[in-house]
Design a protein around this ligand. Structure first.
Ligand code: ADP
Length: 259
């Protein structure tokens, strides 16, 4: 009995010591999953023990980004064991709980239950859990905020006006729940033409920094729109794991998260 109590205390302490960083966005397709994966890898490169939870029920894309589709987590003592990845970041994804390619149309309680399974898994000595939230402000986000109290949240947006309005709304959700917004990241700004090198801004530029200033939140950095990011993500070779210049913006943002 005493032993059981001791284990319980130890487990609670472990969960408290672990820092959860949630990555959210106002809408889908702005690069939230890409950013979450690459920040986790960048933190691991800096020597931190990091795990990743893919809680995006609508489009769990982390198994593709990590190149470990088909690998299913096993359970031990009724808890999931995270799947290892080539980048030193153990991970669990909603996509590993269902058949690949099947749209997940879970109602609130089921989605919340699945999220709990992913977060209450055997995370061992992980110091930081990066959580890829679904876009917007639904049930999974609420469970995340109320039950697991992240240490902070990162919000990613493209510089487009509509994405920015939604991003501000996502920021409000964290704010109301008492979860500090660590800062905003601008993704897909500045596209260098592979033929002539001219830089254009398909989704505009600077909008996220302006919005961060307006909301009095830190601006964490800018990730360019780069074909190599899309290709690497589809191939299971995330840019942050490479030695190329494309890893740099991710490493720089990871520095700020770790500060
Ligand atoms: P979300 O998680 O917000 O839905 P994803 O991270 O899945 O968005 O990104 C959507 C698509 O855009 C993916 O194909 C991804 O590889 C691509 N992508 C994301 N960020 C960039 C970028 N900076 N440059 C090029 N492609 C990107």
């Amino acid at each position: 009995r005493e032993e059981i109590d001791e284990v319980r205390v130890a487990m609670t302490a472990e969960r408290k010591a672990r820092k959860i960083i949630a990555v959210g966005s106002g809408k889908g397709g702005v690069g939230k999953s890409t950013l979450t994966a690459n920040l986790a890898i960048a933190l691991a490169r800096k020597g931190r023990k990091v795990g990743l939870v893919d809680a995006d029920i609508y489009g769990p894309s982390q198994p593709v980004i990590f190149g470990n589709q088909g690998q299913k987590p096993v359970a031990h003592d009724e808890k999931l064991v995270p799947v290892a990845s080539r980048f030193g970041v153990p991970m669990l994804s909603m996509g590993q709980l269902v058949e690949p390619g099947r749209a997940i149309a879970w109602r609130g309680p089921m989605a919340a239950g699945a999220l709990t399974q992913l977060l209450d898994a055997h995370w061992g000595d992980a110091e930081i859990l990066m959580v890829d939230l679904p876009p917007g402000t639904g049930d999974v986000q609420l469970t995340m905020l109320q039950k697991f109290k992240p240490a902070g949240a990162v919000i990613v947006s493209t510089p487009q006006d509509l994405a920015l309005i939604d991003a501000a709304r996502a920021g409000q959700l964290f704010d109301q729940a008492g979860v500090p917004v660590i800062g905003l990241v601008e993704n897909m700004a500045g596209y260098a033409c592979p033929h002539c090198g001219e830089v254009s801004d398909p989704f505009g530029k600077g909008g996220v920094e302006t919005t961060a200033a307006r909301l009095e939140l830190p601006f964490l950095g800018r990730i360019p729109l780069d074909l190599a990011i899309r290709q690497g993500s589809d191939r299971g070779e995330p840019p942050a794991a490479t030695d190329g210049p494309i890893a740099e913006p991710f490493l720089a943002i990871a520095d700020k998260l770790d500060a």
